[in-house]
Design a protein around this ligand. Structure first.
Ligand code: FES
Length: 130
């Protein structure tokens, strides 16, 4: 945005005063077992946290609009009970658009970081495209 001195590239990222100062951590474990832990502000999606930190394995082609399925991740077993369930649209996308969906599948663009999700662990699939 000209004149403002900054630009947001993540269309799904929203910030409120209360969330702005809180830094959260997300660990991504790839299909080979390599773990990467990144920092991201509360309010940001797990997909945007991956993109901003150049974590491989998350494509997020639709920009976080729950319309492509290329931000597919598997919730770590320890987080299954702590993360709110997928809504109807996300569940439909998981059932129809991702490769190798499992009961712990989620769309990373629909997982919003917060204090409750501090330290969340997700596994990236081997691939996002056929
Ligand atoms: S970024 Fe497209 S469904 Fe998540």
């Amino acid at each position: 945005m000209p004149g403002l001195g900054f630009a947001y590239t993540n269309v799904n990222y929203s910030r409120s005063c209360g969330e702005a100062a809180r830094v959260t951590h997300v660990t991504f474990i790839d299909a080979r077992g390599e773990a990467r832990t990144v920092e991201a502000p509360a309010g940001m999606s797990v997909a945007d946290a991956a993109l901003d930190n150049h974590v491989p394995g998350i494509e997020a082609d639709c920009g976080g609009f729950c319309a492509c399925g290329t931000c597919h991740v598997y919730l770590d077993e320890d987080w299954l009970a702590k993360v709110p369930a997928a809504d109807e649209l996300e569940a439909a996308m998981l059932a129809s658009q991702v490769i190798d969906p499992r009961p712990n599948s989620r769309l990373a663009c629909q997982l919003k970081l917060s204090g409750e999700l501090e330290g969340i662990v997700v596994h990236t699939p081997e691939r996002q495209y056929l």
